[in-house]
Design a protein around this ligand. Structure first.
Ligand code: ZN
Length: 264
């Protein structure tokens, strides 16, 4: 789905400061905050914990400890001839298998950012994605705007961690990337994801295929890809338009010498 809620710069700026970190800590119902450096007074330690990129917090009793860690975003090297196709919101019973067949025809690898709810409905499609060499990564459990479910950090956590477990169980791989629904995130979301070992993976080219803008439009956007481009598409809500456009994008970019690899 589209990045309906872009990340306000001011929030990012604030998030870099101590204040926002403290807000994040409060939201997580922190019982304790550990620090790398145990020396000094409590006040000093806490201050260091806040400044540290990695710290551990204990959430509500029933939940395991939440670890916060801001990891860098996924940014592939620009240049070269590798294009990264990504498909969100699947798996879909009708379109994902067709897209897999198309990718196979072009020896293309892609990354599928799956929704937990859909994974539970179609687990064998996820297995097929992995067997074909594609990446299967986290796109949350039910596709909420993770930034908007503030201040309940635990809820955000519940949106992400179960999908990691599902992916692990079905594919044998440990998820390493989260594509936040709508591309919406802040430092808090980034830290929750990072604590679960996930880097945020956004995109550089948005085909807006979810809005059914016409095959020609999707192809036009896709054909703008250059080495290191990350193309956003959907295996499901994009329907037949995504499928038809994908065939033309794969053919066109292959002809120009590009190859397709999994982003993560
Ligand atoms: Zn989505």
């Amino acid at each position: 789905m589209p990045p309906r809620h872009s990340v306000p710069k001011s929030r990012f700026g604030l998030a870099l400061g101590v204040g926002a970190t403290l807000i994040a800590l409060t939201g997580a119902q922190i019982a304790s905050a550990a620090t790398h450096d145990s020396s000094g007074s409590n006040a000093t330690s806490n201050r260091r914990a806040v400044h540290s990129s990695t710290y551990v917090a204990t959430a509500a009793k029933a939940n395991p400890p939440i670890r916060y860690r801001a990891l860098p975003l996924v940014k592939p090297h620009r240049g070269g001839n590798v294009v990264y196709l990504t498909f969100d919101d699947g798996p879909n019973r009708v379109w994902t298998p067709r897209i897999l067949a198309l990718l196979k025809r072009y020896h293309a690898r892609a990354t599928f950012f799956v929704i937990g709810r859909n994974v539970r409905s179609y687990p064998t499609i996820v297995t097929a994605e992995t067997k074909a060499g594609h990446g299967v990564q986290n796109h949350s459990n039910t596709h909420p705007n993770l930034r908007r479910i503030h201040p309940d950090t635990v809820l955000a956590y519940r949106q992400i961690r179960p999908v990691n477990s599902l992916i692990r169980r079905l594919t044998g791989h440990i998820a390493t990337c989260l594509r936040p629904p709508y591309g919406s995130f802040d430092l808090r979301v980034r830290k929750i994801a990072g604590g679960l070992g996930l880097r945020l993976a956004l995109w550089t080219l948005d085909t807006v295929d979810w809005s059914h803008p016409g095959v020609a439009h999707i192809v036009r956007v896709g054909m703008r890809a250059r080495g290191g481009s990350i193309v956003l598409m959907h295996d499901g809500v994009g329907g037949v338009q995504t499928y038809r456009a994908l065939g033309r994008i794969l053919a066109g970019l292959s002809k120009r010498g590009y190859v397709f690899r999994a982003l993560c």
